[in-house]
Design a protein around this ligand. Structure first.
Ligand code: F3S
Length: 409
């Protein structure tokens, strides 16, 4: 016999939405929010401070996804919370130079147009917190990009479940999400203690650590004790979180002495499962990766690079010349600031380019003529072999830049 789902109290505003007060799209969105809350056993809905929608690349969702978006957009005139969108499949300003198919660009444009017509800010970035949408500690969000979810929860102390793309879309329209999972205090307690004895010298090392811990944490909440690279703590937290989200569906972690909700080691439950990581080699040897070979594209900026990272890379490239393509991915707003600082020019001088609006995992790489990609991102290295079917190499930033200089990893 099917199990009865708990009843979910809805307020007058929710009931009005269900009854069609803001049109058929908003009614459908409210049905989605309520149904997902019931499935999760939530006892109430909670108001969100912002939403971020993923799954907007034309490569991934195509015409069926566009049709779904149009269904939800019916009658929707404005959103109930500020909302942003993840990278799509093309750089809208440089697509001709990059060799993108005009029909693909048109499909991507129509997706963005539908979302923008509803009120989404088309930042086309997985780092909304670098684009004017950094949440405050304790704010409830409905974000759907797993790396952004991890960073918002862990480094910023906001509260967001790892929403699916349609769920985040429905939350943006209704302004509500389920009070469940890491939105609640109970969902934020550590489930695994991790002692990091291996040296973490770079963000790529942090990503490799995440690739080891993610599957062990398996959707839980790891609590780390160790040392992050001085001056690169933020990049390391982003890489660690993105990697664990990709390899183990981890939405929240704590890092002793670094993240806002981390506990002192003495406060941790002594019965908590504990692991020690004293070697990162397994985190660099992900399934499907190649150890060595020719490279035609080096991709940095997964998650989308900050202005500081772009500045560091620009300085590192001084006097060097890249033989293979070099993409440095970021949001349009960060790219504008990077251009104003002269970083874009320095990167172009070395043969690289800043790429906006898109991401290495959802761009149509094969159609753009790329077959072998090196990256310093464990998240990208996790997904590229299966999602893009390209030869994939994973190493730290300097290793990747050297590979770009020689076209060989
Ligand atoms: Fe961002 Fe794409 Fe990486 S969405 S986190 S650049 S896989």
């Amino acid at each position: 016999m099917a199990e009865e789902l708990e009843p979910l109290p809805l307020d007058d505003e929710d009931e009005a939405l269900l009854a069609g007060a803001r049109g058929p799209g908003a009614a459908r969105a409210m049905e989605i929010v309520a149904a997902l809350a019931r499935v999760q056993g939530a006892k109430r809905l909670v108001r969100i401070a912002s939403a971020h929608v993923s799954g907007v690349s034309y490569r991934n969702i195509g015409e069926p996804g566009l049709h779904f978006l149009k269904t939800l957009a019916q009658g929707v005139e404005g959103l109930a919370a500020p909302a942003t969108i993840n990278p799509g499949g093309v750089d809208f300003e440089a697509w001709r130079e990059l060799g993108a198919d005009p029909a693909f660009v048109d499909g991507q444009r129509r997706i963005v147009d539908v979302l923008a017509s509803m009120g989404f800010d088309p930042i086309l970035s997985c780092a909304p917190y670098h684009c004017g949408y950094a949440p405050a500690r304790g704010e409830v969000l409905a974000w759907a990009e797993s790396s952004a979810v991890s960073f918002a929860n862990s480094a910023l102390g906001a509260r967001t479940q790892r929403e699916g793309g349609p769920a985040a879309l429905a939350a943006a329209i209704t302004g509500k999400t389920a009070a469940a999972g890491v939105v609640l205090d109970a969902g934020r307690r550590p489930t695994l203690a991790v002692d990091v004895e291996a040296a973490i010298r770079t963000a790529a090392d942090a990503g490799a650590l995440g690739a080891i811990v993610g599957p062990r944490a398996a959707g839980g909440v790891p609590h780390f004790r160790g040392v992050l690279p001085p001056g690169q703590e933020t990049e390391a937290l982003r890489a660690l979180g993105a990697s664990m989200a990709a390899s183990g569906s981890v939405a929240l972690f704590h890092f002793d002495g670094v993240t806002p909700e981390a506990m002192d080691a003495l406060e941790l439950d002594p019965t908590l499962a504990r692991i020690v990581v004293d070697d990162l080699a397994a985190g660099y040897a992900l399934p499907g990766l190649k150890r060595s070979g020719p490279v035609d594209l080096v991709a940095l900026g997964c998650p989308h690079a900050s202005l500081d990272e772009i500045g560091e890379i620009a300085a590192t490239l001084a006097g060097r010349r890249m033989k293979s393509a070099l993409w440095l991915m970021t949001s349009r707003s960060v790219a504008k600031r990077a251009e104003a600082e002269g970083f874009g020019e320095a990167i172009r001088k070395a043969g690289g380019r800043i790429v906006c609006d898109t991401c290495i995992v959802v761009a149509p790489l094969e159609a753009l003529g790329f077959h072998a990609v090196a990256t310093d991102s464990a998240k990208a290295a996790t997904y590229l072999p299966s999602h893009q079917h390209v030869e994939t190499f994973f190493g730290n930033r300097e290793t990747c830049l050297r590979a770009a200089e020689r076209s060989f990893f």
